[in-house]
Design a protein around this ligand. Structure first.
Ligand code: RAM
Length: 881
């Protein structure tokens, strides 16, 4: 940053919101990004009857700074600006104002006038109980006094089910799959829209289109629907402020009407049918009464993160004819979303059918892995000129790369279909690139896997009859996710769900969140190592990556309840002796296809390691929180003692005095090293034995979900980066690059979801879009390129790249809360140049690969000459490279 440029500052960000409209925080924290190192700031808040400035505050803080004004009531609108001073005492100009507005944060029983209403029950009976049920319409007319001028109008809405909304014939908002899936009994998310320009004096017509979604449709495995309730329902409230200061609040109630929808089946797993012949004009519609539903408005919550949206479209790449003669469309990318179809001109009654799948098997659509999720959409035409001219089913989503099209009149062209990509519309933060095209593609596959599985909630997979918020999957993937996208807002919401679900079961975190009893065959809830630890690891990761210590405070009770329940399962001696089923190092590459739990290491080993890890996180979280309240310090000590006991227990049971693992396997060593469970004198030997183990395993990965993210770190930490490189660049199965060589465009659930001969793994659980094994991308960011946080929110960076002779360069960039950071290296021969960009107000510790003394550098761009580490130079080049 040239010192001569005047300091400048970004607009203020509000909590983790992208658009702070209808927020739930009465005292939202504020962040901004100064261009220069900040020594002081001033905040200015105006709106309502408030105008307030903090005056100049001597502080370098710019991330999640406490709200500087009195707590906000409902519907408060404020403009917030900031200016900053740099190290030379120069002030920036005031930032552009950010306007924030609260939602309904007072007593929900008085703030919500609207009632939850359901369509007439006969409208939503499924024709076939094993398929989706029809959607329905709800319609109401709200009358505004035409004599008064409107100054502002807001619409707030939510549903038991999925909804779209229109006001006076115009669609409201661009969200998809609203209101998503939360633990409905405790939390039902509403959104707020500014509809000032859409309302008019006199009658205003609101139309809700309502479908089953997660609330009433098929959820998870086991073929269950109506998991939350037998009736869909919606709640819509319109609030109009007139210029004379009066306010009208009206919404859904018994005066509304319901009607049949032309969407004759709609389900997340099964797909959707639109029968255009049933599209009627309002005067042809047979309006039926609605039913008011009892409902606790205290469950209504404002969103903490962005909504699901269509973020891009992909064109069809190829149209093929399969061996059996079917027409197949290939989008070239396994993705999550749905089709947008250019509706052909054809006779009424023509049926177009679209079946979606991730892979082809023997040239045909590979639908077996979908199990009971048919992912089948259908459009029934009403004649050549009938509207609509394009169609996108709004109440479903599919995981697919291929679509089988039946019934298309004439020849299908690539321009007739596009794929609409849906996911939670988080801000993209991180990038990685390197000179190896396969590794680059692996990273791209991880990004696609994240897109496809961050669809309102973080799921394991987006395609088969599962799509659940499996806690273990997120637990391992959270660091990668937090680097790639701004996950803090979305995960805050999901962690609130986790805490509720957990309190329903005495602190035990259910294996997926939101939890639902899906299958009578499921074992009773038990403390599940590596899965339940999402309760500690996810908030800790959010804290580490975003600097949000508040999340530790909010989640503290959930975090401690989990560790207490987990320790209780371990028993007095922490020996996890009671047995029973556990996922363990799930999907170990050595586990038989039909026994994903049968890993090389016993689950008790994994559980003891995780107990130490989670208890240690609590010890550290307690220390962070002791700044606010000294009582946390005592709690921190207790959890530190528990962590040390668990680590000692791990050593006693699973490690010899010299550091040899009792179960010689990659996961055993990697966990011992990365979770810091060993004595200092055992570490190097354990690292050497891990490298030996990897060599014995023929430089192939030998871990499941839990061990996978740890192995390369453990190797690099003990001077075996070259071995980590051989694992990373391995192409034979099992390895990360094996799937890439098989043409994968997303990360798979199993190391061998597709077998080398192109057939699909025979196991009944085979997804081609699972993010868990993609957790290795965190290593690519932190270690390969060398961009890691050394302090929460990257207020300090640790740059310690790991170059190799196999690559010419690698780099990563991340939009930290303080600004853009970058790290990377280029290599010529054995000479390496390390480049670093350090954001204003932060510093970096740089560990050069040649073993030089670490450097401490300030903001700006830096380049350092170094060389390959001895160990990498000495290493034998991999035979397969
Ligand atoms: C399967 C999936 C999921 C995993 C659970 C334990 O349903 O592989 O990702 O978390 O098992």
């Amino acid at each position: 940053m040239p010192a001569t440029a005047d300091p400048a500052v970004s607009p203020v960000r509000v909590e983790h919101h992208r658009v702070p409209l209808g927020i739930g925080e009465a005292g939202p924290r504020l962040s901004w990004t100064p261009s220069h190192t900040q020594t002081a700031y001033e905040l200015h808040v105006s709106g309502g009857d408030t105008t307030l400035t903090t005056g100049r505050v001597d502080s370098a803080d710019s991330v999640l700074v406490p709200w500087p004004a009195p707590e906000l009531p409902s519907r408060a609108r404020r403009a917030v600006r900031v200016r900053v001073w740099d190290e030379h005492g120069r002030a920036s100009a005031w930032s552009e104002p950010t306007v924030l507005e609260t939602g309904l944060i007072g007593d929900p029983r008085t703030e919500w006038e609207a009632r939850m209403i359901s369509p007439a029950p006969e409208l939503t009976h499924p024709a076939d109980p094993s398929d989706g049920a029809p959607a329905a319409y709800l319609r109401g007319v709200l009358t505004l006094d035409p004599a008064r001028r409107v100054s502002a109008a807001r619409l707030r809405a939510t549903a038991r089910g999925l909804m779209t909304l229109s006001l006076n014939g115009e669609p409201v908002g661009d969200e998809a799959l609203h209101p998503g899936w939360t633990t409905y009994r405790h939390r039902l998310r509403y959104r707020t829209w500014d509809v000032t320009d859409a309302v008019r004096g006199g009658a205003n017509t609101l139309l809700v289109h309502l479908a089953d979604g997660w609330y009433r449709g098929f959820v998870g495995f086991g073929g269950r629907r109506e998991v939350y309730g037998a009736d869909t329902a919606a709640l819509v409230q319109l609030e109009v402020d007139y210029e004379d200061g009066s306010r009208l609040v009206a919404g859904t109630d018994g005066s509304w009407h319901s009607a049949a929808s032309p969407v004759t089946r709609a389900d997340i797993q099964k797909g959707q049918t639109l029968d255009v012949r049933r599209v009627l004009s309002p005067d042809e519609i047979d309006w039926l009464p609605v039913t008011e539903r009892g409902f606790d408005p205290a469950t209504l919550v404002a969103p903490t993160g962005p909504p699901v949206r269509a973020t891009r479209t992909l064109a069809a790449q190829r149209i093929l004819t399969s061996p059996s003669g079917a027409t197949l469309v290939d989008f070239g990318q396994n993705l999550v979303g749905r089709l947008r179809v250019r509706v052909p001109r054809a006779a009424a009654g023509t049926r177009l059918s679209f079946r979606h799948a991730e892979v082809l098997e023997h040239g045909e659509l590979g639908t077996r892995p979908l199990r009971a999720a048919t992912q089948w959409d259908e459009l029934v035409l009403a004649g050549p000129d009938a509207d609509p001219r394009t169609w996108e089913p709004e109440f479903t989503f599919h995981g697919f790369r291929y679509v089988r099209v039946d019934g298309w009149p004439g020849e299908l062209g690539p321009e007739d279909l596009e794929a609409v990509v849906l996911h939670t519309d988080m801000r993209r933060l991180g990038e990685f690139a390197c000179s190896d095209p396969l590794l680059d593609r692996l990273h791209e596959n991880v990004v696609w896997g994240m897109r496809g599985n961050f669809v309102d909630l973080p799921t394991d997979c987006p395609q088969r009859d599962e799509r659940l918020g499996w806690t273990g999957d997120l637990q391992v993937f959270a660091p990668t996710a937090a680097f790639l996208y701004d996950t803090a807002g979305m995960l805050r919401g999901w962690l609130a769900d986790l805490a509720h679900d957990q309190s329903d079961s005495g602190g035990v975190v259910p294996p997926f969140v939101p939890f639902a009893e899906l299958d009578d065959k499921l074992p009773p809830l038990g403390a599940e190592a590596g899965w339940g630890d999402a309760a500690t690891v996810v908030p800790w990761t959010v804290y580490e990556r975003s600097g949000d210590a508040g999340i530790l405070h909010t989640q503290w009770d959930s975090m401690t309840a989990w560790v207490d329940a987990f320790a209780a399962r371990a028993g007095e001696r922490l020996d996890f002796a009671s047995g029973g089923f556990s996922f363990g190092d799930w999907l170990d590459s050595a586990a038989p296809d039909d026994q994903p739990w049968a890993a090389r290491v016993p689950w008790q080993l994994v559980a003891t390691g995780y107990l130490a890890r989670s208890a240690r996180i609590l010890a550290r979280a307690g220390e962070v929180l002791s700044d606010r309240d000294p009582r946390f310090a005592k709690r921190a000590e207790d959890y530190r003692a528990l962590a040390e006991r668990a680590a000692a227990r791990f050593r006693d049971e699973y490690v010899t005095a010299t550091g040899r693992a009792a179960f010689p396997a990659q996961t055993a060593y990697a966990m011992a090293l990365v979770f810091d469970l060993l004595l200092p004198e055992q570490r190097q030997h354990a690292g050497d034995l891990l490298a030996e183990q990897v060599a014995k395993d023929d430089y192939r990965i030998g871990t499941g979900f839990l061990g996978t993210p740890l192995v390369c770190d453990a190797l690099a930490d003990t001077g075996h980066a070259a071995t980590a490189w051989r694992l990373l660049l391995q192409r034979e199965c099992p390895s990360w690059l094996y799937a890439v060589t098989m043409g994968a465009t997303t990360v798979w659930e199993r190391w061998n979801s597709m077998l080398p001969d192109g057939s699909v793994n025979p196991g009944e659980m085979t997804s081609f879009n699972h993010y868990a094994l993609g957790a290795i991308a965190d290593y690519l960011h932190r270690r390969v390129a060398g961009l890691a946080p050394a302090a929460p929110g990257y207020r300090r960076l640790r740059v310690a790249p790991l170059p190799t002779r196999e690559l010419e360069w690698a780099r990563a960039a991340h939009q930290t809360p303080y600004g853009r950071a970058e790290a990377g290296w280029t290599r010529e021969g054995d000479e390496v140049t390390v480049t670093v960009t350090v954001p204003a107000g932060t510093r970096a510790e740089v560990h050069l690969p040649g073993g030089e003394e670490p450097l401490d550098v300030g903001p700006g761009e830096h380049a350092f000459r170094s060389r390959l580490p001895e160990e990498v130079v000495a290493a034998r080049p991999p035979a397969f490279a």
